[in-house]
Design a protein around this ligand. Structure first.
Ligand SMILES: [Fe+2]
Ligand SMILES: [Fe+2]
Length: 200
């Protein structure tokens, strides 16, 4: 199965990613739980900054609810293994992606929101790819493979929500052009960052 099928990603994760990610299951699950919590918090914060955009607020709050459920599931996996969450680590992938977008700002009107929506969309798409890889990873126990298979299906829809609102905002031409630029930068970041027991 092609892990990036139907996703806007320019390249799959490096070949060694699954082995590195599954080297410490507790660390991976803790990092994953934080990713879901951040996704929920980020969706709520974005909705709060654009209260007049009714359609966006409606989709973001529904998304936040779903991400919070994912957090509860990932947290339950951590607790079931006799562990508690630890403080989140810096997400270098997200930091570098946001940094690249800021340096190479879009020329479209409402550029800041367009870029913010596209960054969210790419984070969703890369997470989806990695959940697909984990769902097929023989290093994982069967229950975790199933868990990641279910999450991959949910996350596959999420990038589309952000890209839909980006297209509504900036139009298909400007959005498509910007997606291509961000896709290339995102793939370069993924190729460069060291792999470890984390989602990104
Ligand atoms: Fe999620
Ligand atoms: Fe998501």
């Amino acid at each position: 199965v092609d892990p990036i099928a139907g996703l806007p990603l320019a390249a799959p994760s490096p070949a060694g990613w699954v082995r590195a990610a599954t080297g410490d299951l507790i660390a991976l699950l803790i990092d994953h739980a934080h990713c879901e919590l951040k996704a929920a918090a980020n969706a709520m914060a974005l909705a709060g900054r654009h209260p007049d955009r009714s359609a966006l607020v409606k989709d973001l709050t529904a998304l936040a609810r779903e991400e919070l459920r994912h957090f509860e599931q990932a947290h339950a996996q951590v607790r079931a293994r006799g562990h508690a969450l630890t403080r989140p680590q810096t997400d270098h992938y997200v930091k570098e992606l946001q940094g690249w977008v800021r340096r190479a700002g879009s020329r479209a009107a409402s550029a800041a929101l367009l870029d913010e929506l596209l960054v969210c969309g790419f984070i969703e798409a890369r997470s989806c790819e990695r959940f697909r890889l984990l769902a097929a990873a023989l290093q994982l126990p069967a229950d975790l493979q199933t868990f990641y298979g279910e999450l991959a299906a949910a996350e596959a829809r999420h990038h589309e929500i952000f890209f839909h609102h980006a297209t509504e905002l900036a139009g298909p031409a400007a959005t498509g052009a910007r997606i291509a630029e961000v896709a290339a930068a995102e793939a370069a970041i993924v190729a460069r960052l060291p792999a470890g027991p984390r989602i990104h």
